[in-house]
Design a protein. Structure first.
Lengths: 314, 309
């Protein structure tokens, strides 16, 4: 690394400056490598994938405006005469003594503690891997990378049995504790920390007599913000969308997250004597996805830069 | 380029030789690493060890738990339900994963080419399904597949035809493949796109001067440059396919006849454990699947890296 041999990583990160200066020097062409001609054909073809991605969401939204009867006697991709979305929302929130609200609160608790905790642990761990040399570091790295390849199945059943030995099953902890580990988050924070935190800065803080933990909170944490937002978003999606783990761990509907609750509502129609509530399943589904979609849209600047950092290292 | 601003920020300072990065060998690092590793040991390492232990025993009504060595593994190798489940996810892997990754790659290349109108709208919208829980995605598609108030029913009524039922035993695997593709195309697209963004544009300019066609630029510059991302996405997809559970499990209530209790290995292990109380055998099935997944992921990685040399 001390030789001045060309190194791909710095070359890519220096690119913005290079392209800027070269653009300034060269006379402006209308269509360049940087700004090629727009293609309606390519836009149209890619548009097919766009339509594919949007149609189910559109279907969900349109059908959340229908009554249960309306679902059966109107075309799926257009509105039924009377719009019942408000009634549906109220019914969803109040059905069965407002159990949906309870599931929503449970989900929020799982996300807050599970995703929040997972992000916290991943940030600390990734920072440690990037900035410290400690005994056993290589072993830690090998074990975590190896464990990523282990399928969730191999873990779920024994985790359930272990938790049931200590009486943790059917409590919120059974869902929260396994959510605390995100190997992908650790990897992302490791890559991000080694890119975003110059070792001179840490050295300077040490010379100033700052303790490692206070350096971390005062100096490093602000620099890690985009990476933290990225990991937080992805762990949030993972916990918000979790189905397998709560399915195994929880029996009591009072502890269900939204995903498990919606599935229970849907299965209700096929059980003997169960009331079919498809309009509530559909409206509940819509209410379940809105917060995450809003979070992704609002925070896109952060998670896209975080993801870009992750892919640089690959 | 907002995405790279922080990197250029750190690189503005003269590059510090890696060997001089002052890293004192010290235990302080464990203060940061410790909490992760403690929980990791509890929820990853301990269950793996416990399931290996479980797989070596048998729990009987009479006689309690006895050590049986590798008997559970022998049973799995002659278990036709396990093989049928494994065959089904292998077929799924061989068909769905290439289609999904190919579409994701095409979209990433199209967005990266800069030739689209409104490219950030494309990027965000195609990614959105990733934020939709598997439960909601499966319910939505399941309803749309339905012949009662779904789109398939609508089309049948409108055109007076009888389309094949997507929820029938013959088509259910393809229908699940479509749901999984819908969920993850955008995610994979974003991985590829992020890797494409960091290719130095000087290469494209050089290629243009040499008169290389767009197709040639893609095969000679872009694809080799993002090989790492392709390998990672393939490995994630392989792991995902072998773990297939949520979609078939949720579709069970909409298509009870099409999805058996041993539809996928994961579903099989789940049924064995929670309906059949055969925890030891379920652990064995899970371990075998874990080993198969690791071997295949490892082979893909070796192959991906060998091409790189």
């Amino acid at each position: 690394m001390t030789t001045p041999a060309p190194n791909p990583a710095p070359a890519t990160s220096r690119r913005p400056q290079v392209t800027l200066s070269s653009a300034r020097r060269r006379p402006r062409k209308l269509h360049t490598v940087e700004r090629p001609r727009r293609s309606p054909l390519l836009t149209g073809l890619t548009g097919l994938v766009l339509v594919y991605s949007l149609v189910p969401l559109l279907w969900l939204f349109i059908n959340a405006t229908k009554t249960q009867e309306g679902l059966f006697d109107s075309f799926g991709l257009w509105f039924h005469g009377d719009v019942a979305i408000w009634d549906n929302i109220v019914d969803t929130l109040t059905y069965d003594d407002g159990i949906f609200t309870r599931w929503l609160v449970n989900t929020l608790i799982y996300v807050l503690l599970g995703a929040g905790g997972a992000t916290f642990l991943a940030v600390l761990g990734g920072y440690a891997l990037a900035t410290f040399d400690f005994p056993g570091k290589r072993a830690v790295f090998a074990i975590v990378i190896g464990a990523v390849a282990v399928p969730g199945t191999a873990l779920a059943v024994p985790t359930f049995l272990m938790f049931s030995e200590v009486g943790l099953t059917n409590t919120p902890w059974a869902v929260i504790i396994p959510s605390l580990i995100s190997p992908f988050g650790l990897y992302l924070m490791w890559v991000f920390s080694s890119e975003a935190i110059p070792s001179e800065l840490l050295e300077a803080a040490r010379v100033d007599g700052s303790g490692e933990f206070s350096t971390f909170f005062r100096v490093s944490l602000p620099l890690l913000a985009p990476g933290i937002v990225t990991v937080l978003l992805f762990t949030m999606v993972a916990t918000w969308n979790n189905y397998f783990l709560p399915l195994i761990m929880l029996r009591n509907p009072d502890w269900y997250p939204l995903t498990l609750g919606l599935n229970a509502w849907n299965s209700q129609a096929s059980t003997a004597g169960g009331e079919a509530i498809f309009n509530l399943v559909i409206t509940g589904s819509l209410l379940t996805i809105v917060p995450l979609i809003v979070a992704f849209l609002l925070l896109q600047r952060y998670w896209q830069s975080g993801l870009a950092a992750g892919s640089v290292k690959q | 380029m907002t995405t790279l601003s922080y990197t250029s920020g750190t690189r503005d300072t003269p590059a510090v030789p890696a060997g001089r990065r002052a890293r004192r060998r010290q235990w302080t690092g464990w203060g940061f690493m410790g909490p992760f590793m403690a929980v990791f040991t509890l929820v990853f390492l301990a269950p793996i060890a416990y399931s290996i232990y479980l797989s070596l025993f048998r729990d009987q009504m009479v006689g309690g738990t006895t050590f049986v060595g590798l008997e559970n593994y022998e049973r799995a190798f002659s278990d036709s339900q396990f093989w049928s489940a494994l065959g089904r996810v292998s077929l799924f892997l061989a068909v769905q994963v290439p289609i999904m990754l190919f579409i994701a790659l095409l979209v990433a290349l199209a967005i990266d080419s800069g030739r689209l109108y409104g490219k950030s709208f494309f990027r965000i919208t195609i990614f959105l399904p990733y934020a939709v829980p598997a439960v909601v995605a499966t319910l939505m598609w399941g309803f749309m597949y339905g012949t009662r108030f779904g789109l398939v029913g609508n089309i049948n009524d409108a055109l007076g035809v009888a389309l094949p039922n997507p929820l029938s035993p013959d088509l259910i695997l393809a229908s699940i493949g479509n749901i999984v593709t819908w969920e993850f195309v955008g995610y994979n697209m974003l991985i590829f796109y992020a890797a494409l963004r960091v290719i130095p544009h000087e290469l494209y300019e050089a290629a243009e001067i040499d008169g290389a066609s767009q197709f040639r630029v893609i095969t000679a510059i872009k694809l080799p440059a993002i090989r790492g991302a392709l390998v990672i996405a393939t490995i994630f997809s392989i792991i995902g396919s072998f773990q297939l559970f949520n979609e078939p499990s949720i579709l069970q209530s909409l298509a009870p006849n099409a999805i058996t209790t041993y539809f996928t290995p994961n579903l099989y292990a789940f049924s064995l454990s929670f309906s059949g109380q055969q925890h030891n055998y379920a652990a064995t099935v899970a371990i075998i699947m874990g080993l198969i997944t690791m071997v295949i992921a490892y082979l893909v990685q070796i192959r991906g890296m060998r091409k790189a040399v």
